[in-house]
Write a protein that binds this ligand. Structure first.
Ligand code: PHE
Length: 343
């Protein structure tokens, strides 16, 4: 019986030795250690033996089982290590291979400039306000001191839904909305957004474009504050060396009104094609908020004053990047947009 156990043990160890993968090893385990295996079957024969022999044979069976179990475990570890090594070898990454090109999106220069303008004013303490693009005649014109039949309406060829509803022609109605919401308290906001005009489709006009409105209302605000603010803006936007100048202009909602030019950043003011040989480039309009506008929107014009300005986003972007045609912003031509990667 003990010889039989020994020969089973030797066969088992040999089978373990010869197994080359985990499936084979599992089969060996089933064959030699399962309840119905030859080795375990010997247990059932123990009852016919005398006590001394029983003990001896039982000991031998257990010893054989332990030896087989240990051999199985060792072999399993060896196979697993080999499998892992083969896998690592197979899946090795060649970091010297050239990478496949991944397309990275770019931001349309319109949004780059809108964001830059916003950042500049937010850094000066301005809050950002928004208003609806579908606006009433009341807000777009009346509250800005542009009554019906006023010639200034002519300048802003509008897109109407009905007699009283239109696509806003400028971001200035947000001035009225912010004033009404602020109920006489000081204001310092910018309002970026889209505006619409029934304009010619040519290189400098579009029926839709972007503006950033600015509005500051408080006690003692004067034109010097407007000049200083826009001077700081021009330097941050176009370079530290830039100067601005104010020219008289007209808007019904500001008095006095100004047109603001920045010294040409192409020629530094000497005169070139970009500035049409004047040394200056017009960048925006502004002025002191008209007392009527303050009053109509709930402010005591004797106590509080304010300034306002409106910046054309595409205009700034065209100047800053030398873009020749406003329609490029909307055509989604990747060859155009990809030139404005943030790097
Ligand atoms: N709303 C004016 C326009 O669109 C610009 C402007 C804004 C002028 C604020 C003065 C003050 O032309």
């Amino acid at each position: 019986m003990i010889d039989h156990i020994q020969s089973i043990l030797q066969q088992g160890l040999k089978a373990i030795e010869e197994a080359t993968d985990l499936t084979q090893l599992q089969e060996v385990k089933n064959q030699y250690l399962a309840k119905k295996s030859a080795l375990m079957g010997i247990f059932s024969q123990l009852k016919d033996l005398d006590a001394e022999k029983k003990k001896q044979v039982g000991f031998e069976i257990n010893a054989a089982r332990d030896q087989l179990t240990l051999a199985l475990e060792t072999k399993q570890k060896t196979i697993e290590t080999l499998v892992m090594q083969a896998k690592l070898k197979e899946e090795v990454i060649d970091i010297s291979q050239p990478a496949t090109h991944a397309y990275q999106g770019s931001v349309n220069p319109f949004f780059l400039i809108e964001q830059t303008i916003t950042d500049i004013f937010v850094s000066m303490g301005y809050q950002v306000a928004e208003g609806p693009e579908i606006e009433s005649d009341h807000y777009n014109f009346e509250l800005l001191n542009i009554p019906k039949d006023h010639p200034a309406r002519e300048m802003q060829d509008s897109l109407y839904f009905d007699e009283n509803t239109l696509l806003r022609t400028h971001t200035s109605p947000v001035q009225a909305r912010v004033m009404q919401a602020s109920q006489g308290k000081p204001i310092q906001v910018i309002c970026p957004g889209k505006v619409y005009r029934r304009d010619e489709d040519d290189a400098t006009h579009s029926h839709q474009f972007g503006q950033v409105e600015g509005l500051v209302v408080a006690e003692g605000i004067n034109l010097g504050h407007l000049k200083q603010t826009l001077q700081a803006f021009a330097k941050k936007m176009f370079g530290e060396k830039r100067e601005i100048r104010l020219r008289p202009s007209f808007f019904p909602f500001t008095e006095p009104s100004v047109e603001i030019d920045v010294s040409c950043f192409e020629c530094g003011g000497k005169g070139c094609n970009l500035c049409k040989h004047t040394g200056w480039i017009e960048i925006l309009g502004g002025g002191m908020v008209h007392p009527k506008v303050l009053t109509m929107n709930g402010y005591d014009a004797k106590k509080m004053t304010g300034f306002a300005f409106g910046i054309g986003i595409e205009r700034v972007a065209m100047l800053r990047y030398g873009i020749d045609d406003i329609r490029r912003f909307y055509q989604n031509d990747l060859r155009f947009i990809q030139q404005f990667n943030r790097k």
